[in-house]
Design a protein around this ligand. Sequence first.
Ligand SMILES: [Mg+2]
Length: 322
Amino acid sequence: MSDEESKVQQRSAPTMKRSGLLANALIALDGLSLGDAFGQLMSVRARSIRTVLETQGLPSPRWIHTDDTQMAMAVVEELAAHQAIASDSLAWRFVRRYQNDPGRGYGKGLRMQMEQIACGDTWQAASTAAFNGRGSKGNGAAMRVAPLGAYFSGDLSRVVSEARESAIVTHAHAEGIAGAVAVAIAAAVVTASRGSDVSRVCEELWDEVIARTPEGETKEGIVKARSVPRHMAPDFAARLLGSGFLVTAPDTVPFALWCAARHLDNYQEAMISTVEGDGDCDTNCAIVGGIVASFTGIEGIPECWISAREPLDLELPAQEEH
Ligand SMILES: [Mg+2]
């Protein structure tokens, strides 16, 4: 490992000494980025993941993350810099990360928006023009938002407003925004209740997410997800709820919340079960990983998983302010 690599790894280490709000966001980011990388690696063998893990063990390092983590790092950097989401600033953080490393699996719609902004259009114009003027209802605003929920976990009203600000930069459609609000609230609730009785926290998660997610298709899916029994096999639940084959928020977030609630105190099992649902595996696991790690804390993530992940090139101020 080079000196530079070592420095980056040190900076992104989950044990990094950060206090308060940013520490919560960094735990969520660790859970999210590991989920992203694990889900992406295992997506080709999703239905047989348990057999693959039993016979072949974990994939060899390094586990490479995708666009989910790139965009989540931009959100965390924005929070560290401004202690809030400034949409103009966040848009340029997304663009810079995209330009520096475009081969991370960004969707076509997102790539078009990034190119538009880079060429001088406003993010507002790019976001509202997406999908023939309907705006994106994709799962991209939800996939990157768990650290934001963890950061503002003490104030659920603020979580809603900041999640909305973070979403509209790329997702102007109401469903794209609703997906981000739902995931951010889930991460906030479990962060605030870390260490409490898991059954009680699950009930609170569903209550608050359903109460605060705007009306629409995503919320209807979440209400349905709450009623799906925990003992149901993940691939059956995915059949009922969708698991991201459409890459939309309503087709992704309900199943991800069901997986997170089902294994809120077991990160590894949460990841394996989520992959069993197939679909948009990296994004499903990024959402679930961000939420579950926010409840378990960093000690809930297996050490060998953390060491397998590629280092995060996270740029943070030397000392954040709160
Ligand atoms: Mg991805």
